[in-house]
Design a binder for this molecule. Structure first.
Ligand SMILES: [Zn+2]
Length: 218
């Protein structure tokens, strides 16, 4: 079981994490986890380009090592890259020292490939303990959760439901979770273009985390 929309009560309770971007502007933040995955990530980039959209990719370190050319394309096209651990660990099932080592290894890999230090971290499965989060926050990273879970990874969910979830809960500043993975592909392929088309029709822009919210403002 997982929630589709994260209630504001939970968002406030874990206020040290980023759940949505505080803006009144019509912009949403699409995020893609678990890549880079050749062909699938490339396809996502093509769809984003068609809408002049920017997005955030939370990459798994080992995937970056396996598919450096795909990671480079994400970076070259101006999207934001975040840390999603080296081996996709579940924080609640992993000792803190091991979790932090895996985090640091991913940070190192991304630094090598992007040329700069990633500023955003998303814990796999949304699972992280306070003891794991604190050193990461102290290193100056933002821990990014999401307010809309489309469920694209869920084989029991229809593509129509995935789109509907995104479109029902979208609002200014929403952080929407998708996956550029093999597992999500059967639903992503139809849902992503549909969601982007409908949101663009409603006047939404698509932004990457860390982009200035207003032109001229850092
Ligand atoms: Zn993940």
């Amino acid at each position: 079981m997982y929630l589709t929309y994260i209630p504001s009560m939970i968002q406030r309770r874990f206020g040290q994490y980023l759940w949505r971007v505080d803006t009144e502007e019509k912009a949403v933040y699409l995020t893609f986890d678990d890549g880079p995955t050749p062909q699938i990530t490339d396809w996502v980039l093509d769809v984003l380009n068609a809408y002049e959209a920017k997005a955030t990719f939370f990459m798994v370190g080992d995937q970056v090592r396996k598919h450096p050319e795909t990671a480079h394309r994400v970076i070259d096209e101006g999207h934001t890259v975040g840390n999603h651990t080296r081996t996709h660990l579940n924080g609640k099932k992993t000792p803190t020292y091991q979790y932090l080592r895996d985090f640091a290894e991913c940070q190192q890999i991304l630094r090598e490939y992007t040329g700069h230090r990633p500023k955003f971290f998303r814990p796999p499965y949304g699972r992280i303990t306070k003891a794991q989060a604190e050193p990461i926050l102290k290193r100056g990273l933002e821990i990014v959760m999401m307010d809309i879970i489309t469920g694209d990874f869920d084989a029991s969910r229809s593509e129509a439901k995935v789109s509907k979830v995104a479109l029902t809960y979208a609002k200014p500043g929403a952080i929407i979770l998708f996956h550029d993975s093999e597992k999500a592909w059967p639903r992503l392929e139809k849902a992503l273009p549909k969601v982007m088309e409908s949101l663009a029709d409603r006047g939404y822009e698509f932004r990457a985390l860390g982009e200035p919210v207003m032109a001229g403002v850092e």
